[in-house]
Design a protein around this ligand. Structure first.
Ligand code: RB5
Length: 142
């Protein structure tokens, strides 16, 4: 499975750690950033949002300091459902109830070990559909 991944400078180290940790499990389309030099998170979250919107069933990971900046940016794109998760329960519910297609991590508030658990949970949890499908279908503004 290919995962589209991007981060700002606050998320750069965690992005690299996730890529390394799951190197046998996933392939990555890495949209940057590629160092800890200060950048503006929309410059990375918008390209990821565009890619997710273009390709049905694609999935991604976005990382910044709090997660909020990249989540707000990515969610401007139609059909992007970027969910901020700081524990495995929220990550599972984001998939089960919201059919989230982008996992957002707050790099400055979780350890790498917790982040690995969140990533594993997110990508192994399925959307439950049913009543949740009706609700998810109401998210987009057409
Ligand atoms: C960068 O300092 C920080 O503002 C950014 O990573 C993020 O937390 C914004 O939402």
């Amino acid at each position: 499975m290919e995962i589209i991944i991007a981060a700002d400078h606050a998320g750069f180290e965690l992005k690299e750690a996730i890529k390394q940790h799951f190197s046998q499990k996933f392939q990555y389309c890495d949209l940057g950033t590629f160092s800890s030099d200060s950048v503006d998170y929309p410059d990375f979250a918008h390209p990821l949002g565009e890619k997710i919107a273009q390709k049905k069933d694609s999935m991604g990971i976005l990382i910044c300091g709090t997660g909020n900046g990249v989540a707000m940016t990515a969610n401007k794109h139609s059909d992007v459902r970027a969910a901020l998760a700081w524990n495995t329960e929220i990550a599972a519910l984001a998939r089960q109830h919201n059919n989230a297609n982008v996992l957002v991590l707050p790099a400055r508030f979780i350890s790498a070990e917790i982040a690995f658990e969140i990533v594993a949970t997110f990508f192994q949890t399925a959307f439950e559909g049913g009543r949740h499908e009706r609700r998810v279908n109401k998210i987009n503004i057409h």
